[in-house]
Design a protein around this ligand. Structure first.
Ligand code: FAD
Length: 180
């Protein structure tokens, strides 16, 4: 499994400046990496100024707070991507048919595999791929699929040190709403 450090950067390095991968990082790491790159950029600018006498400007220097406040609609980080993705997956499971056809069951297995294949947080997708092999989607009906997904999400919760969700409440959370 690739390390966090290598996953935090996409491989488009240019003159010592690597482009951070937003969806593989949390927001803080991502902006820290951007700032580190800004420092590299500034050093390069300073060297150019010294050798040519020309003024150069740093092309970017965002901070965590300014980026967060100024661009509320900017690309998803690892956490936002995760939250939104779980929402889609649990909602799909909640509305999966009660009596799916054989084709629908096959499609659901394929959907989970393809979703994981293209999930744009590489270490998350590598990890989830292994979990899918160990515990393939249970697609007999929506209740069984929802319970399977809840258990898979709980595995990730445990790995990340988050509390486990009570799977008895999965329909209230993702389909019917909370009971009063
Ligand atoms: P989330 O875990 O995103 O949960 C969102 C909401 O879902 C919660 O508020 C709760 O109401 C509900 N919920 C929680 N648990 C369950 C459950 N078991 N069943 C039903 N509902 C539940 N991040 C990593 O850092 N490393 C990884 O390897 C990784 N793998 C991931 C794999 C997948 C397939 C996905 C979709 C995401 C992955 N993530 C990973 C992201 C991570 O799981 C979280 O989404 C992210 O950390 C944000 O967490 P959160 O605390 O906002 O709540």
């Amino acid at each position: 499994m690739a390390s966090q450090q290598s996953e935090d950067f996409s491989p488009h390095g240019n003159q010592g400046i690597k482009k951070p991968c937003r969806t593989c990082s949390d927001f803080k790491t991502w902006t820290t990496n951007l700032n580190q790159n800004a420092n590299v950029q500034e050093k390069m600018n300073s060297q150019i100024s010294q050798s040519t006498g020309a003024e150069t400007k740093s092309s970017f220097r965002p901070t965590i707070h300014t980026v967060e406040k100024t661009f509320p609609e900017c690309p998803l980080d690892r956490q936002q991507l995760g939250r939104n993705s779980w929402s889609v997956l649990h909602t799909i499971a909640a509305y999966y048919p009660e009596t799916p056809t054989v084709d629908q069951q096959k499609d659901m297995v394929q959907f989970m595999a393809l979703f994981t294949k293209f999930y744009p947080c590489t270490d998350c997708s590598e990890d989830f791929k292994e979990r899918l092999i160990a515990n393939p989607p249970a697609t007999q009906n929506n209740s069984i699929l929802s319970q399977w997904l809840c258990a898979m999400h709980n595995e990730v919760n445990v790995k990340l040190g988050k509390p486990e969700f009570d799977c008895n409440l999965v329909n209230q959370r993702w389909r019917n709403g909370w009971k009063d």
